[in-house]
Design a protein around this ligand. Structure first.
Ligand SMILES: [Zn+2]
Length: 705
């Protein structure tokens, strides 16, 4: 449930610039995506005026503008310098970044059949545009000219970093390839763009295609009232009697946790764990093979043995070996505890009448019972204290306490769905910082999971500091007829996580677009998000924010204590699960020969080392593992664990200096959040912490030490 997605675009360092004055024809003036300036508060996206038909012409027009901007750089009579080449490149393609950003963000958050088809059409057009730039020899010549005289340019550190990044970006995007290799590069990148989209499209269709209609009351055994009510409303929406369970997390998760009907748990688990698998109309197995083989070919074009090698040389970790060692070390630390968790749960289940070996569809059910027995804590007890509106206010207030910023609802800002809200974010002194959109509930037009992304990036130019428009999209428990949206503790944590990414975007203070906000290494990007998660386990914060939605009473201290104590519950098996995903990702991207085997077999072998339950044939994670096959986390999933070392270590400073300590927060803001990717991540980290990260805080927090 913790994830962040970026638009699946390969426009490299090129994103958004100032809109150039130009003459408009009639079509352009009626297409809201073709005008230079939006007549909306803070130039916010005029979602209410955008129709499907606007995208393609707007993209084509934006490509025209982008090409003209690139031509202007190449044809500049002056010798190439930092401003007329590197900065101009950072600025080129603003309109295209804006339009395609809107399209791909909505493709994840509020799509339709027509948009899915259009995505397949747009993807090769955008890849071609990007390739035309990155493979442009004249342009590269100018970049190289600037790069070669770097020593005499007197650049400040950010400028030097941008220059290095741009130069490397060209090389990693094929600038040095020659002959047939260039065509091959174009071909592979185009196909990869399309396959990723298809992968996501299949996952969404598959998830929406399944529902379990329950008609017998006895099949509801064990379900708390909030689950039953949501299932009844789902049925009603579909014009059915009875109850409906779907594979969307707010429906699926609680069902697996509470249903006493083991056969139903098995049936629904199997539906979920075999999605996009062999017998499905939306089979992703072939796509996986194609994707990993194309990525291998791609890496080999650049002389790397595997795609992981190609990716990781640019990351904090620096190499596949470092990542594999890191995952193996953590597995060594976690597996004894994970196995203990499994053994303990089996014993508990046996004591409670289970005369069978626990299977995957039993884990959640018995874990919930054991947790309840041990800590006297469960969702039903906690949810009434986490009304969504109240949690939202508390999280916004937390940002106020830490960073002095404020959030003001602005109902004039156009929205893409009635459930979305928009806020203006301001500094304590009222200075405008950006826009924040919040989109909470699941719907058939939205991908599963939760993520943060931006409609506009932050950057500075002669006309000033252009502030970002950030969006947070979730799939939280919906309100029902009788109750407002009441969040589980896990949902509160997810909110904090995505909000942490949001702060990274909103507090960005960079000169260049390519470096702003979350434009950092994939194994660093989860630091700001996971750091915020820590607050959920702090009594000092929980006691302020958890208030009963009916009585307004604060959560009893005893419950808070139990929440915190239960935080380490099954930390071994939880860690094993994340490690198994990280290892599966690394395995897929470490192949050095084209893959010709069976996807399920491959995954099974990789996961064997970290699995603690009997393997169920036909189930697999890879067919719906969108992070790595469609979301930019290829050879990057380990980043969650990697960043856990950082966030635990960083939060230890908050704990030592006071979790609401403004100076600590200010240091985190100045050295990490505001810096984006304008310098090496380790430099930012050390500037905050005073030393390099150490793993002790993580092991302690996870109860593994
Ligand atoms: Zn994240």
């Amino acid at each position: 449930m913790k994830n962040i997605k970026w638009t699946v675009l390969a426009i490299g360092v090129l994103l958004l610039t100032s809109c150039k004055e130009k003459k408009m024809d009639k079509q352009e003036t009626t297409n809201p995506l073709m005008v230079c300036e939006f007549n909306t508060p803070h130039e916010s996206i005029p979602f209410d005026k955008i129709e499907n038909a606007h995208y393609l012409p707007a993209v084509n027009k934006a490509i025209e503008i982008g090409k003209a901007e690139i031509d202007a750089i190449i044809n500049n009579k002056e010798e190439a310098n930092f401003e007329n080449t590197i900065v101009a490149l950072d600025n080129a393609g603003e309109q295209l970044g804006l339009v395609s950003g809107i399209f791909f963000n909505l493709l994840s958050a509020e799509n339709n059949e027509e948009m899915q088809m259009l995505a397949q059409e747009l993807s090769p057009i955008l890849t071609a545009y990007s390739n035309d730039i990155m493979l442009n020899t004249e342009l590269f010549k100018r970049v190289k000219t600037v790069y070669n005289k770097k020593a005499e340019l007197n650049l400040n550190p950010e400028q030097a970093f941008l220059l290095d990044d741009t130069y490397r970006g060209f090389i990693r995007s094929g600038a040095l390839l020659v002959g047939a290799d260039r065509d091959k590069y174009r071909d592979i990148s185009t196909k990869l763009g399309q396959l990723s989209l298809k992968f996501n499209e299949n996952s969404l269709k598959e998830m929406n295609g399944y529902s379990k209609h329950i008609t017998k009351e006895s099949d509801l055994a064990g379900l708390p009232e909030f689950v039953i009510e949501a299932a009844a409303e789902e049925a009603k929406e579909r014009g059915l009697e009875g109850w409906v369970i779907t594979l969307q997390y707010p429906s699926y998760g609680p069902f697996m946790k509470y249903s006493e009907v083991r056969e139903l748990r098995e049936e629904i688990y199997m539906a979920s764990a075999t999605q996009c698998n062999d017998n499905s109309d939306f089979n992703n197995l072939g796509l996986i093979t194609e994707i990993v083989n194309l990525r291998l070919e791609f890496a080999q074009l650049f002389g790397y043995k595997s795609y992981a090698d190609y990716v990781l040389v640019e990351r904090m970790s620096g190499s596949a070996k470092t990542v594999n060692d890191f995952l193996a070390d953590l597995a060594t630390a976690s597996m004894p505890k994970a196995k203990e968790d499994a053994k303990e749960l089996q014993e508990f289940a046996n004591e409670n009448g289970a005369d069978f070996q626990l299977m995957a569809w039993d884990w959640s059910f018995y874990s919930e019972k054991l947790k309840n027995e041990r800590y006297s804590i469960n969702d039903e007890m906690v949810k009434p204290y986490f009304q969504l509106e109240n949690v939202e206010k508390s999280i916004l207030d937390l940002a106020g306490t830490l960073y002095g910023i404020t959030f003001e609802r602005n109902t004039e800002i156009p929205l893409y769905h009635k459930d979305v809200k928009a806020y203006e974010v301001k500094e304590a002194d009222g200075t405008y910082l950006g826009l924040l959109y919040l989109d909470y509930f699941p719907r058939a037009t939205k991908q599963s999971g939760a993520w943060m992304t931006s409609f506009r990036s932050q950057y500075k130019d002669a006309s000033g500091d252009h502030r970002p428009h950030v969006t947070i999209v979730c799939n939280f428990s919906k309100p029902t007829e009788s109750k407002p949206s009441l969040l589980t503790f896990m949902e509160v944590t997810t909110f904090l996580h995505e909000f942490g990414h949001g702060l990274h975007g909103m507090l960005s203070n960079c000169d260049y677009k390519g470096q702003a906000g979350t434009s950092v290494s994939r194994d660093f990007v989860e630091l700001p998000s996971q750091l915020m998660e820590n607050f959920a386990e702090e009594k000092e914060w929980l006691s302020i924010i958890a208030k009963h939605y009916q009585t307004g009473e604060a959560m009893p201290e005893a419950i808070i204590d139990r929440i915190i104590k239960s935080g380490k519950f099954q930390s071994g098996s939880g860690s094993a699960r994340q490690l198994s995903l990280g290892m599966t990702d690394m395995a897929w991207h470490s192949i050095t020969e084209p893959f010709t085997g069976n996807v399920l077999e491959f995954e099974k072998n990789v996961m064997a080392a970290t699995s603690i339950l009997p393997k169920v044939e036909e189930t697999a994670t890879s067919p719906t593992f969108g992070h790595i096959f469609a979301g930019g986390y290829a050879a990057g999933y380990y980043g969650y664990k990697w960043a856990e070392v950082l966030d635990a270590d960083a939060f230890a400073s908050f704990k030592e200096e006071g979790i609401f300590n403004k100076e600590t927060a200010q240091r985190f803001r100045i050295e990490i959040l505001s810096r984006g990717g304008s310098r090496k991540e380790m430099v930012s980290y050390v500037a905050f912490k005073g030393r390099k990260p150490e793993i002790d805080a993580l092991l302690e927090r996870s109860g593994l030490k």
